[in-house]
Design a protein around this ligand. Sequence first.
Ligand code: C5P
Length: 303
Amino acid sequence: MVLCGTTDRTVAAYDAPAKINLALHITGQRSDGYHLLDSIVVRASFGDRIFIERAALDRFSIVGPFATDLDDADPRKNLIVQARDALRLVTHEAFAVAITLEKNLPVASGVGGGSADAAATLRGLTQKWQSTITHQQMHDIALALGADVPMCLNSDPMRVEGIGDEISMLANAPILSLVAVNPGIGVATPIIFQSLTKKKNPSIALPIGGWLDATAFIDWLGGQTRNDLYAPAAAHCPAIDDVLGALCDNGSLLARMSGSGATCFGLFADDAAAQNAARTIKNRHKNWYVQAGQTLTAAPQSQ
Ligand code: C5P
């Protein structure tokens, strides 16, 4: 979105789409405590947005429906600020920038909000600063910011392994209609990982030849995959089961938790079914975050 004509006063907007773990298997644990994952990850057609413009001094501000949930936090701990500073270290002409985060996603909710914001900042500033860093440098900076940040540099469906840093694209994954629902309760990821009783679970066996259509993809996800963090998360936050129940009661073909929760997603036959379900759930649960959309198959947009 170009608001002004001159280079100095141009505000560029970058999408930071929600990250959804359609499947999340925990397959082991490293000696440093980090867990090994095997996950099917998609990005959604909704999420946060980052606005970047040249400024006299670095500034960072937060607007949007969930801005107040971050108001008390130390801005230096925000992954956006950390991403800016890390990229500046390897960029020649890294002029001062004003960054505004439009916080549309609930905080600490299993849809990668902070990681998506950091990845969008890296993409945006690389463009704005005309940084010439390599793909590997970008990956390394992202990983140093958090295990989920490298995957958020991509927008196509992917399989993610390692601690979140081994990424392979799933070229033929069909687009899905979905609804994301969060009961308004933040869940701390480290506590959920620590509460896991079984850390070595079977990995994902991808079907040879992929999936014929969205129905086949959903059937396979429901029959062959899981979210291993669901049990500890639901024990910690019983409202997760209320959310899954609401999605099932409103026609979802598969309802499951994303990441370490508490956000859950429902997969639907089509966009109309997803939008109907979102309307009904929002009417019954006014305090819940409810968002219908689709899975992405193209690069996040910058305008
Ligand atoms: O890397 P990040 O800071 O996003 O991870 C947050 C926390 O989640 C880690 O400190 C760790 O406790 C847990 N985690 C994990 N294994 C992963 C990713 C995260 O145990 N693969």
